[in-house]
Design a protein around this ligand. Sequence first.
Ligand SMILES: Nc1ncnc2c1ncn2[C@@H]1O[C@H](COP(=O)(O)OP(=O)(O)OP(=O)(O)O)[C@@H](O)[C@H]1O
Ligand SMILES: [Mg+2]
Length: 266
Amino acid sequence: MNAPLVDAALTGADTATPVLGAHGLSFAHAGVGTVFDGISLAIRRREIVALLGSSGCGKSTLLRVLAGLEKPATGEVRFLGQPQAAPHPRSALVFQQPSLLPWLRLADNVGFGLDFAHQPRAGKDALKARIAAAIEAVGLAGREAAYPAQLSGGMAQRAALARALAREPELLFADEPFSALDAITRAEMQALLVDVVHRWHSAVLLVTHDIDEAILVADRILLMGGRPGHLVQEWTVDIPRNREDHPDGVAGLRLAILAALRHASP
Ligand SMILES: Nc1ncnc2c1ncn2[C@@H]1O[C@H](COP(=O)(O)OP(=O)(O)OP(=O)(O)O)[C@@H](O)[C@H]1O
Ligand SMILES: [Mg+2]
């Protein structure tokens, strides 16, 4: 196993500062009205937080606001203590579709954008090493020259995860990243996600529909519901990892979340 690539002590902010802090967020789409309001949350360093909620309650919209892709109508997002006006270079995104560039080989897709001006500066060799480490971590070593069309859906999603890791993110935003995958590939990817973010010392905000995925992966689960959407409940998941080995704990929490989800659905 590779050593973690990022030493949190070297990144400048004190470790008590949450990697992401949001206060009093609301958002409205023209014609749809208020999607969510009154949302405040904090994501600690290296913490994996799952955001659950019924379809349409505003999870993806909230993720886009937290990631700096959309501006909130009210409230503020802070990244490592600083007000965030645009996506932070130390954050990374993974979506349901891997969205690889079809004309670039795997290694170039993983490295895409790393030399853009807003990225932290790094030498060519350091970038190459980062790309190689990320590809190795997701189990795609040896496939660097493959084009996206030559990858299975699971492999393409591994490549998207490698592209995110190559940014050495303090925070990884993931919106239903595994929901297009079959059950076995999905379970492999859930385990891989936990493994790599622990090694990379990254925090994660994982939007998911899947209660089991939230329980297996997250340190903390936030439940969103209502119209407009708001955060209705949260659970700290204190079931030891690997959680598949603790079916009673998983089943108990699943029932509690299911009951709250039913209650929270409009
Ligand atoms: N670009 C848009 N323009 C107008 N309305 C939108 C837009 N995107 C989303 N909405 C509306 O905002 C609300 C929240 O959508 P959002 O995609 O955030 O929900 P979600 O919780 O992620 O749903 P799902 O679980 O189905 O992905 C919905 O009512 C949706 O119809
Ligand atoms: Mg969504």
